[in-house]
Design a protein around this ligand. Structure first.
Ligand code: FES
Length: 531
């Protein structure tokens, strides 16, 4: 079957049954105590906390609020972040591993108390979180993780059976975690923030920052916000400030489907640790119990036909639960840091006026809330026991150095391989709704033919640091395998760190790209520097 023919735009479920307020873009210069960039769970919670502390806060969002990773999450509120505690003990020791758990449970407590305090109707439900293996090797890893739970006094228990038709070799349960509707919860926080005098501007992309006596955050609209602190709560910080974040994180995509199953909905939230990855949890849609089934994680821009991943999830869901109705499907992008612990705090050791939070590794609900707590502590001059562990300037030789080398070796390979690859179809052979790497006048180019038959031809050189982007057939985007930038079929930036569109190729003129341009772009970005 040709899946390009049947393509429908993936839409997350969370925004379908919730009315979100809308906000104008910022057209004039303004000033505030703090500028928060990014309208997801981290940005909104940070803005709310600082406004509550009496600060004047402006929140800038490039698109619409709650339309990024927070709008595409599985919305599990848990301290069970896949396999993590055994590794944390090994690399950081017992104290830090224990702090990681405490920090997540603090964030859990904050969400629960906030829901109670404002009586937020957001489908909050306590459920056990379960990690399961399907192979013997996986079972060993689950046993190690359980041992770590016992050492750290994390309430958990190990079983073998799953309450649905799937054979597990081991299951590790973390009791009393929760799931909710993230948009309903965060809409309530947005309302509180506005009541407290906060300002939100949508369609306002922060593009740069000038540091002087005060900070000046520049926007794509040409307007500027003057402030004393700037906080980046977007994936890659909008301002890198020599933190070299693009070389210290990698991007992964994963897929999710909302279905009405034929079989009974199992209680609990499930994540598998063996390949292919699977995630399962119940939810409500229009008052009806449904199931979210997902997984299929892979590095962004790995060149594999991405619609394959939706098909794989659908097959798994049909086999395991039966599908009465397929409601929605969508995908998300997440960043992982070198040591799997998020970066939260000053952008560099010496700059405590610019703060960042990123690298939540798919566990954004507690990590995003925790980040908001820590960021507001920093701005308000409050000490926190968790600051040190999450500080972005930490750099531990193991595992960070190993990951750093492997990640940047991968980038170098993509950079070179992409340039050498001269396979590809001819643009005139592309069908409607199809995107492909093609050869155009002897060079690699990206072609997409829209439903009206118009051909969009792009230079596939990523404008961040010159790797070659790959077509994502499920989302109709061009994705970069190096640091996860994504571009729409017409080259517009969908996701950073790139901030410039892909170059359009005119069908009349030859491509302007040359290897010298790429080399220069790479050198200009200071790739040789270490974090
Ligand atoms: Fe860095 Fe493309 S995202 S080179």
């Amino acid at each position: 079957m040709d899946h390009n023919q049947n393509w429908t735009r993936p839409e997350p479920m969370w925004r379908q049954d919730t009315e979100l307020p809308t906000f104008d873009s910022m057209e004039e210069n303004t000033s505030a105590d703090i500028v928060v960039v990014g309208g997801g769970i981290t940005g909104i919670t940070t803005a709310y906390l600082l406004a509550k502390a009496g600060k004047q806060v402006v929140l800038l969002e490039a698109d619409r609020i709650l339309n990024g990773t927070t709008g595409h999450t599985t919305a599990k509120v848990t301290a069970q972040h896949g396999l993590i505690y055994h590794e944390l003990i090994k690399h950081f020791g017992m104290d830090k591993a224990s702090l990681y758990y405490q920090a997540q449970m603090n964030a859990f407590g904050f969400i629960e108390e906030t829901i109670e305090k404002y009586k937020i109707d957001c489908d909050w439900k306590k459920e056990d979180a379960c990690l399961f293996s399907t192979t013997d090797k996986g079972a060993e890893k689950v046993a190690n993780e359980y041992e770590a739970y016992q050492k750290l006094d994390i309430p958990g228990e190990m079983t073998e059976a799953l309450p649905f038709e799937m054979e597990a070799t081991r299951t590790l349960v973390m009791k009393n975690q929760a799931r909710f509707h993230p948009i309903k919860y965060l809409t309530a926080l947005v309302d509180r923030f506005i009541e407290l005098g906060g300002q939100i501007f949508e369609g306002t992309k922060a593009t740069d920052l000038k540091e002087g006596e005060t900070l000046q955050v520049e926007t794509g609209n040409g307007s500027i916000v003057t402030c004393s602190h700037a906080i980046s709560c977007s994936h890659f910080p909008f301002y890198d400030g020599k933190g070299f974040y693009f070389s210290r994180m990698y991007a992964e995509r994963s897929y999710l489907m909302a279905i009405e199953p034929e079989r009974e909905i199992p209680p609990g939230m499930y994540v598998s640790i063996d390949e292919p990855k699977r995630t399962i949890r119940s939810a409500e849609y229009n008052g009806k119990p449904i199931l979210l089934v997902g997984g299929e994680n892979h590095k962004t821009g790995d060149g594999i036909d991405t619609s394959f991943h939706y098909r794989a999830i659908e097959e798994f869901a049909a086999q395991t639960f039966g599908i009465r109705e397929k409601l929605f499907q969508w995908s998300a992008q997440d960043l992982t840091t070198l040591d799997k612990v998020p970066y939260i705090g000053p952008i560099t050791k010496k700059n405590n006026r610019v703060l960042i939070a990123t690298g939540f590794r798919k566990w954004g609900m507690t990590n995003g809330t925790l980040a908001a707590q820590l960021l507001s502590n920093y701005v308000l001059g409050e000490e926190s026991l968790f600051h040190e562990l999450f500080k972005p300037s930490r750099f531990k030789a193991d595992p960070s150095m190993k990951q750093f080398l492997s990640q940047n070796f991968d980038v170098a390979v993509h950079l070179v391989e992409g340039k050498l690859e001269l396979v590809g179809d001819r643009p005139d052979r592309i069908k409607k709704g199809e995107g492909k790497v093609v050869q155009w006048r002897g060079e690699r180019a990206g072609a997409f033919k829209d439903e009206d038959g118009e051909l969009h031809l792009l230079d596939t050189t990523c404008t961040h640091m010159g790797c070659e982007v790959e077509w994502n057939s499920a989302e109709h985007t061009w994705d970069c395998p190096c640091h996860g930038s994504r571009f729409s079929f017409d080259g517009t930036v969908v996701e950073g760190p790139a901030d410039q569109p892909l170059m359009k190729i005119s069908l009349e003129k030859p491509s302007p790209r040359s290897l010298m341009d790429i080399k220069k772009m790479y050198e200009d970005q200071g790739q040789q520097d270490q974090p």
